[in-house]
Design a protein around this ligand. Sequence first.
Ligand SMILES: Nc1ncnc2c1ncn2[C@@H]1O[C@H](COP(=O)(O)OP(=O)(O)OP(=O)(O)O)[C@@H](O)[C@H]1O
Ligand SMILES: [Mg+2]
Length: 263
Amino acid sequence: MLDPRRPRCIAIANQKGGVGKTTTAINLGAALAAEGQQVLVIDLDPQGNASTGLGIDVEQRNFTTYDMLIEGMPLREIVLPTNITNLSIAPATTDLSSADVQLVNNENRVFLLKDALDVATLAGFDIVLMDCPPSLNLLTVNAMVAADSVLVPLQSEFFALEGLSQLMLTIREVRQSANPALRIEGVVLTMFDMRNNLCRQVEDDARENLGELVYKTRIPRNVRLSEAPSYAMPVLQYDPTSRGSEAYRDLAKEVLKRQLQEA
Ligand SMILES: Nc1ncnc2c1ncn2[C@@H]1O[C@H](COP(=O)(O)OP(=O)(O)OP(=O)(O)O)[C@@H](O)[C@H]1O
Ligand SMILES: [Mg+2]
């Protein structure tokens, strides 16, 4: 039974690079916020793309997820508001890239994020989305240990499903060791192109193998989605009527519906 004061914590993970993790963290976050949810995005990627895409300049990132994980700074001190109503962010900078090495001898190293997510700060949020780096490294494992579930963006291309088995293995390992309750939130097909046979093939395979875990909503390949970060905005702000906006709004509704069904 979930603590009603605890938000739903979702790690957005896939060790494959460039599959739409950050785009999903930003735009699903914005779409959930538009539905009235209080949303916190935690940037766990040293690339800091989610922070940039949500309008937080590097100069504004005085305190970051590095300070939280390595220096033990409380979550409440690193959280910043964004220009989007109901959406906050715990930003990241490149110094996070040294976390793996710095923590190698720390026995508590997979629990650092879980321990940093204090109840009082979390109580102000309904949903926490953690944007993971393109690796199954210590940062991603920290996210999986702290999370209730993992949301997997799956780029509709050849080899997509092969990468998934490695990810599922890591989820299983985290379940066996540090977080037995970890679930798979869902798998979302990204950069989908209806006219492309390969995309449809990947979709068929994904639905056959993963069944209901695959969201009905597919995120289309949409240039507005790739342009929005350079204006430091979610697509919902940059171009609210674009197909990308529409898709992330649909995904947000689907995520919320599943949450209701499970409650
Ligand atoms: N549906 C889409 N349509 C068009 N472009 C997209 C879409 N989703 C993502 N992109 C673009 O593809 C690139 C990779 O996306 P994104 O940064 O979200 O992936 P990622 O999985 O977070 O990458 P990394 O593994 O490096 O963190 C970005 O330039 C992004 O703007
Ligand atoms: Mg990313």
